[in-house]
Each structure stands twice: as structure tokens, then as C-alpha cells.
Write a protein that binds this ligand. Structure first.
Ligand SMILES: [Fe+2]
Ligand SMILES: [Fe+2]
Length: 289
């Protein structure tokens, strides 16, 4: 078997690095100057925990890039329009930029600014029997309205506690893009109002699919944390995610923002939430983005 390959933000070539810098500057939503990183107020244990957080984040951010790339292809199959396709590809590029930002943070912290490259990227769910429009709709809802909205809430939660000016600035840079990622699905649903009205069966089938999708995302994002301990004050001040809050943030976001948002388009998301259950077919889990 091939050895594991790593991904890093190290320049591939001067020409590509120059183009990437132009792209990154063009997509940046915040123009704040970056304060210096000052580790002196924090104990070594909290700094180690902080480093683990950004290592995991780097992998997760980069792992989102192929999801959005796949979704851009599905939007194209659905005839979504140039703006929807391009914004989705922008979101894919954002996730690479976010991984690079994580690498910058790890460099500042004195850690290893690289992560393991995936051996293979799983394709997005095809939802057999669905039209290209309905397939795209389901995957847009799952990845942006559900998953990215929870990501936004987690960053907002972290920002309430982060004291380090450097980490606040870096987290705000991520959050600024994630807000667009979370809103994309609702923009898409807005654009499909007349199509949904002309195809009432889609709302019914989306509700049936949502029963399973909501159970899957609850399992993935509100489940038990690999970090069972209680955060120290220093960890909290550095923005280490609080495992004790993960479930509450998930439920508050879903029940307070996502479900009402989907209901506005005739999708009975609350009813689906109350009836949520995992499909007994295991492959359905793997098919979700
Ligand atoms: Fe991201
Ligand atoms: Fe994102």
C-alpha cells in the first residue's frame, strides 16, 4: 500500500503561490490586521489542547472541500445556474483556505502545520430514484442548512469565550465564510420556491428523507465527544470546544433556526425531526454527505 501522504500550506511553486495569494485575498471577507500570538498567559496543558483542536480542525476543513466540489457538480446536473455553481465552488475553495488558515495557526503555536491526505474521497449521495433537482436539494440541505449551520453556531459559541486577540481574529475569519456556507441552502431554497410549488410531492419526499438525515446528523454532531473532560478556564479562553455544550448548541441551532427555516419552504421539518430515526439500511449512513 502507498505510504500516507500529507497536505500542507507550503508553496508548491512560486507561480501557484502567487495565484493562490491573489485568490485568497479576493475571497477574504475580513480585512482586520492580525494581532500577534501571545501564549504567555496560558499553561502548557491548555496550549497542548489548543494545538489538538487546530490539528483536528485542519483535517475537517480540508475534508469539506471535496463535499462542496461534488455538490457543485450536482448543482450543474440540476441546471442550477452559473451563480449557484460558482458560489458553491467558492465555498469549496474556502475550505482549502480554512485548512491553510489552520496551518498558519499551528505554525504560530509551534505545531506541525500539515494533515494526512485522504487515500480516497467518498462520492456524494446520489439518492437513487431522485431527479437531479431533488438530489441536489437533499445534499444542499444536508451540507449547508444542517451541517454548516451547526458549524456556524459552534464558532459563535467559541467566540463568546476566546480571549486571545490572535485566536479571535483567526476564528472570525473562519466564521465570516461559514456564515455564507450556512446560508447557501436557504438562498437555494428561495430560488426554488416556484419549482417546489409546482412539485408538491418533493416536499413530501424531502420530509421522509429528512427523518433519516436528521437522525444521522444528530448522531454525528450531537453525540458523545472524544474529549470527556471538563474544560479548564484557560482552555475555554483559548476557544477549545466545550464537549459539555456540544449537544445543547446542536439542538438550539437545529430547533431554533434550521427547522423553522426549512418550514418556510413548505418542508415539514419539525414533523420530520419528531419522527427522526436511523434507516436500518447501513449504507444509507455512508451515502449522506
Ligand atoms: Fe470551513
Ligand atoms: Fe464551511
Amino acid at each position: 500500500m502507498d505510504p500516507l501522504r500529507t497536505l500542507s500550506a507550503a508553496p508548491t511553486s512560486p507561480a501557484l503561490a502567487k495565484e493562490y495569494a491573489l485568490l485568497d485575498a479576493g475571497l477574504a471577507r475580513t480585512a482586520d490586521t492580525l494581532p500577534p500570538w501571545d501564549p504567555s498567559p496560558y499553561p502548557p496543558e491548555a496550549l497542548a489542547s489548543l494545538q489538538s483542536t487546530w490539528v483536528e480542525r485542519m483535517s475537517a476543513e480540508h475534508g469539506s472541500f471535496p463535499v462542496f466540489t461534488g455538490l457543485a457538480l450536482q448543482l450543474s446536473e440540476a441546471g442550477a445556474g452559473f451563480d449557484a455553481e460558482a458560489v458553491m465552488l467558492r465555498m469549496a475553495a474556502d475550505e482549502i483556505r480554512h485548512a491553510a488558515l489552520c496551518a498558519d495557526v499551528l505554525t504560530a503555536l509551534g505545531g506541525d502545520p500539515s494533515c494526512v491526505a485522504p487515500r480516497a474521497v467518498a462520492p456524494l449521495a446520489r439518492h437513487p430514484g431522485c431527479s437531479p433537482m431533488e438530489r441536489a436539494l437533499r445534499n444542499v440541505i444536508y451540507t449547508t442548512c444542517l451541517s454548516e449551520m451547526v458549524a456556524v453556531a459552534r464558532f459563535v459559541e467559541a467566540l463568546e469565550h476566546i480571549e486571545s486577540p490572535y485566536l479571535r481574529a483567526m476564528t472570525r475569519r473562519l466564521l465570516a465564510d461559514e456564515v455564507l456556507h450556512g446560508q447557501f441552502g436557504f438562498h437555494w431554497l428561495d430560488a426554488q420556491r416556484s419549482w417546489l410549488a409546482a412539485n408538491p410531492g418533493v416536499c413530501d419526499s424531502t420530509e421522509r428523507w429528512l427523518r433519516h438525515a436528521l437522525a444521522v446528523i444528530e448522531l454525528r454532531l450531537a453525540g458523545t465527544s472524544p474529549r470527556p473532560w471538563t474544560l479548564t478556564d484557560a482552555e475555554r479562553a483559548l476557544g477549545v470546544p466545550d464537549p459539555a455544550r456540544a449537544r445543547e448548541v446542536f439542538h438550539t441551532t437545529l430547533e431554533g433556526a434550521v427547522l423553522p427555516g426549512l418550514e418556510r419552504y413548505g418542508i415539514r421539518a419539525r414533523r420530520a425531526w419528531e419522527a427522526r430515526s436511523l434507516d436500518p439500511v447501513g449504507e444509507a449512513l455512508a451515502q449522506l454527505a
